[in-house]
Design a protein around this ligand. Structure first.
Ligand code: SF4
Ligand code: SF4
Length: 321
């Protein structure tokens, strides 16, 4: 059937701090989760989840856009595969991270301090993943995104369990990491599994790194990136992607981006993901990009490296030529 909807609602599930939601489009709906909230990990009811999801799908099918989705850039009209199997699971229930990025959504969109986030207890995701699997709603080869806080700082053994589960379910992995701590478990998946490791560095110079990440880990992070790139070098199914989030007024200048591209080339990086800091982006996306943003983007585009864009700002960045 052809109708307006989004593949996130139909096929994605996000395990957030204390809720289960279909997408991470928080700026779209003012950071309010709009779907099966208040999940503590103990009594996950797949039936309740599917029934709430059906409610939203039916609204879309009847031509009505749910209030919480109004204005979302992900809505499109097309023929949808109506099996509605889950093809992407995002794990973002933990909040501990030794980095302290100025744009971190964990801090900027919650009332919790960094200290609270670093000591916050949460649920164990592994039994929930197994439950999803046993109910046959996960698509073969689906993507598991291991996101926040920082997966190398998960409680002992948890990252390894998730990676084991991903292998068991034949999933592709997407791992988001600060890059501060080298992980032998990540090394193993880069070596032998299907895995994209994303590390956001956002800078080329030490002082800018420390201004953005607010932690003294510039050398260690680049050293770890170099090692991860070597770990993935013999596996065509893996890659390490270095991310540059443009933060207007801080790293949108030629000096910074030249250092950044130079660093990327020195560590053997071939893939870059470009993004724009999302709070700034949602306020300014309808305005013309400034000269400094244009210069920054064009320099990266002409670097000879493979460039991809974070989906929410893809159109904006693509238009800069
Ligand atoms: S339309 Fe946007 S806000 Fe609504 S479920 Fe889809 S991705 Fe999320
Ligand atoms: S690395 Fe990620 S989780 Fe950690 S502070 Fe930065 S944005 Fe937040």
């Amino acid at each position: 059937m052809k109708f307006k909807c989004c593949d996130y609602l139909l096929n994605e599930i996000v395990f957030a701090q204390s809720s289960v939601i279909p997408c991470c489009c928080s700026p779209v709906h003012n950071y309010q989760t709009h779907f099966l909230s208040d999940f503590n990990g103990k009594e996950f009811s797949i039936e309740e989840y599917l029934s709430k999801r059906d409610h939203y799908i039916n609204e879309f099918k009847s031509g009505k856009i749910p209030t919480s989705c109004t204005g979302c850039y992900k809505i499109q009209e097309k023929e949808w595969d109506e099996s509605y199997l889950i093809n992407r699971i995002i794990i973002t229930n933990r909040t501990k991270c030794s980095c302290n990025c100025i744009y971190c959504s964990l801090v900027t969109t919650s009332n919790q301090s960094k200290q609270e986030l670093n000591t916050r207890q949460t649920y164990d995701i592994v039994p929930v993943l197994y439950d999803l699997y046993s109910k046959n709603i996960i698509q073969e080869g689906c993507i598991i995104t291991i996101a926040g806080g920082e997966c190398t700082e998960y409680p002992k053994g948890e990252l390894e369990y998730i990676l084991y589960m991903a292998a068991f379910l034949n999933c592709k992995l997407e791992i988001l990491s600060s890059g501060m701590f080298y992980s032998n478990s990540i090394k193993r998946v880069l070596n032998a599994s299907s895995c994209v490791l994303k590390i956001s560095v956002d800078s080329g110079q030490k002082n800018t790194f420390e201004q953005i990440k607010r932690v003294k880990a510039y050398r260690q992070t680049w050293k770890n990136i170099k090692q991860y790139i070597q770990d993935s070098s013999k596996n065509n199914n893996s890659l390490v992607l270095i991310k540059y989030i443009i933060i207007p007024g801080i790293n949108d200048n030629l000096t910074e981006v030249k250092f950044f591209i130079d660093k990327c080339k020195r560590v053997g990086c071939k893939n870059i993901e470009l993004a724009v800091e999302y709070l700034w982006f949602y306020k300014n996306k309808n305005n013309k990009p400034s000269d400094s943003i244009k210069e920054t983007v064009l320099y990266i585009k002409k670097s000879g490296l493979l460039i991809s864009y974070e989906s929410q700002c893809e159109e904006y960045l693509n238009s800069i030529s």
